[in-house]
Design a protein around this ligand. Structure first.
Ligand SMILES: [Zn+2]
Length: 143
């Protein structure tokens, strides 16, 4: 989705999100695709184009997230909000598998986000496997 951002807002987002997807932590360098701007609350549901409602996401996470803000938790059957990168901390909701290849949801919000955004899809898992082979490690998470 094409969004007009002022240079100031774009810089603010790049700095906050460290040039990587706020959901799966794929970097632009690793994916080969520019990050896209994600409205955490979609514009179609009244979400505003303000820093607090914007983040950078990889193309895939943005595509799978679509206009969703919540999803069914398969463990509880409860409708659960997706991870909100502006109000929640990644490390409190996600962890990397020991081999650095899978993102694991460690809370209900993390779990539904991993599933809804297909964060361990075959393409990204293959890519992570290749990155690990050449010495890449999941990025250190700033808190
Ligand atoms: Zn992503």
């Amino acid at each position: 989705m094409s969004v007009y951002l002022t240079n100031e807002l774009r810089e603010q987002l790049l700095d906050a999100d460290d040039h990587r997807c706020v959901y799966c932590h794929t970097t632009q360098a690793n994916s080969g695709y520019p990050m896209v701007v994600d409205h955490i609350k979609p514009r179609s549901r009244g979400g505003l184009t303000l820093f607090i409602n914007l983040c950078f996401a990889c193309y895939r996470c943005n595509l799978f997230k679509s206009d969703r803000t919540e999803s069914d938790d398969p463990l509880t059957g409860e409708m659960t909000p997706l991870f909100d990168p502006r109000h929640q901390h990644w490390t409190e909701h996600f962890a990397w598998s020991n081999d650095g290849i899978q993102v694991i949801g460690i809370t209900p919000e993390g779990r539904v986000t991993v599933i809804a955004l297909n964060m361990n899809n075959d393409a990204i898992v293959d890519a992570r496997r290749n990155w690990v082979r050449v010495g890449w490690h999941p990025p250190a998470v700033r808190e």
